[in-house]
Design a protein around this ligand. Sequence first.
Ligand code: IPD
Length: 281
Amino acid sequence: ADLGLREIHDYLVPLAREAGEIILQAAQSVSSIVEKQNSTDLVTETDQYVEAFLKNRLLQKFPLISFAFIGEESYSAGVQLTDDPTFIVDPIDGTLNFIHGFPFVACSIGLAVNKTPVVGVVYAPFLDKCYSAIAGEGSWVNEKPLPRIKRTTSTLQQCLVISEFGSDRGPKLDAKCETLKGLLAEKKAMVRGVRATGSAALNFCLVAEGCADLYWELGPWMWDVCAGYAILYEAGGKVVDGLPCQSFEDPGIESRRFLAVRGDMDSVVKEFWEMIQQVEI
Ligand code: IPD
């Protein structure tokens, strides 16, 4: 059926901006910070408020009959992403940044059909940057077309890499640290630099925009990446497995193992995979 992706996109862009206004207002006095898994995994009243705001507005406009909804704050174990059209929302991606006023904070709204992102809007209110995309139609930043990725980087040594520590501790953190240490220290793959913004959604957009070559993270959830995925693909980038793999196939938004790259960089991906310290996800 014709879902009217353009109509949906054009509804989501101002909606994300409205959510951004709420986030900016709330940032002036952040209160009621609650720990989830540990003291680095946090949620605030604003996360919950913005998610409820978005859910109401989306389901009013696009009735539940035809659209499902998955949001970070209302998610509970056992909720399954199906092939049905599903809005996948992170009301505040970069909650820790929001609490500290570190400006890489985004409201991320994606629409997936057959588990594939087809519309994505990522709005960063502190930066006033709105990235968006419609599958097959293009990607934009503040309503101007994002250029399709042209530059290809032929070796890992020429890359600026984004990665994140996330809130997982234990073996996963050790594996990340070892991998990053290798990337920074080993002559055979000494990358130009490693950056971390604290927002998975914005990391996808930065690769899409060409400000970084590669983003690697083990751990993000589908709401962190769904909208960013649509934007990256429309800009000409792609996602491969974040753990060494036999194929360059996309592991999917539920995999929690992401290596997002600009353009066609299979040889760089192979070099990267060789540097990865194996770990159970
Ligand atoms: C987190 C951020 C962070 C990433 C984590 C995410 P949240 O999302 O995107 O950069 O490292 O994996 O969970 O919790 O702030 O919405």
